[in-house]
Design a protein around this ligand. Structure first.
Ligand SMILES: [Zn+2]
Length: 327
């Protein structure tokens, strides 16, 4: 008989809930605007309404629903089931997992959004069939979700995988996290935009002639599109970001010995050439025995990966416990 789980993607612009089956298909879904300006109570109310909507939409026995997985941006504490801090939601210490659990009498499991996408790619996407894979998201920020020996690596309170904040330059610029030379400051969408802006504003004539000259409100997406059109200025910037990502990825390979590293996120979707540079940089730097067995790939799932993975974690943990009971 079919099993289900509810996945909830809690983002700064939208709340997306989905009833997901064991094959990763979203049976029913409900999207509501987050509108965090309305305050914490209103957003929590919309979260509950979205969950209610996907449960009532189909004639499904509630006993076949494993629970609710919640993927949230920001800092989360998975043991307390609370969002510790999320600037895009305007939340501090909101025990959203606990509230959902109390209201619906389902187990609820909170995770950060990179971890949810990692689980989705592992179960149903580019990492399917592997036991060790890492998902790296390159977007406004940079993060990762680590699947180690067939399980999501959570760490002490769910914060494992802060890939964007490993340092690649001990003496580099100070990061918002307090460390110096963090990878995110060289490779995120914001970092790429900053490099482009600085170079365009410089007097160096070698940067002239770009498609982006005179472009107001420059975005990483525009840089990606220009690169795809052959704009050398944009290509160079993205290649550099790929080079740095490869240095970071090499450390991941050395630590976790994955079969595949899957790259996703807004920045990756506009510029596959970054991936070529990542691969080049990994092959040059990684311990040969480890480098030869790792694949570097693009994500396969789209914007619903947060919902799928949040639900998927409940399936995978249930499966893991079932195996332990059999043993
Ligand atoms: Zn940092």
């Amino acid at each position: 008989m079919d099993e289900y789980a509810i996945g909830l993607d809690l983002g700064g612009t939208k709340i997306l809930a989905g009833l997901v089956n064991g094959e990763g298909q979203i049976i029913s879904q409900k999207q509501l605007p987050t509108s965090s300006d309305d305050g914490e109570k209103a957003v929590i109310g919309r979260v509950m309404a979205a969950i209610e909507s996907v449960m009532s939409g189909k004639n499904i026995n509630h006993r076949r629903v494993r629970g609710v997985g919640i993927a949230s941006a920001g800092v989360i504490d998975s043991t307390k089931n609370e969002v510790v801090f999320a600037s895009n939601l305007g939340w501090r210490n909101v025990p959203i997992g606990k509230l959902i659990q109390e209201k619906f009498n389902f187990p609820a499991r909170l995770m950060n959004d990179a971890n949810a996408s990692a689980v989705a790619e592992w179960m149903w996407g580019a990492g399917k069939g592997t036991q060790n894979m890492i998902y790296v998201t390159v977007s406004t920020g940079v993060g990762a979700g680590i699947i180690c020996d067939g399980r999501l690596l959570s760490g002490n309170d769910g914060s494992a995988g802060e890939f964007g904040h490993i340092s690649i330059d001990w003496n580099g610029p100070i990061c918002r996290c307090g460390n110096r030379g963090c990878l995110e400051n060289y490779t995120s969408g914001i970092a790429i935009e900053n490099v482009a802006r600085t170079r365009l504003a410089s007097a160096d004539s070698s940067f002239s002639g770009s498609l982006l000259e005179g472009c107001a409100d420059l975005t990483a997406k525009q840089i990606g599109v220009a690169a795809m059109q052959g704009d050398q200025f944009s290509i160079d910037i993205l290649k550099q970001a790929g080079f740095y990502l490869g240095i970071g990825a090499t450390s991941l390979i050395h630590l976790f010995n994955p079969e595949v590293i899957v790259f996703g996120g807004g920045v990756m979707s506009t510029a596959p050439l970054i991936l070529q540079e990542v691969e080049k940089s990994v092959r040059e730097r990684c311990i040969p025995g480890l480098a030869s067995q790792v694949r570097i790939e693009l994500n396969q799932l789209g914007t619903e990966s947060g919902v799928m993975g949040a639900a998927g974690l409940l399936f995978s943990e249930w499966e893991h416990e079932r195996k332990l009971q059999i043993l």
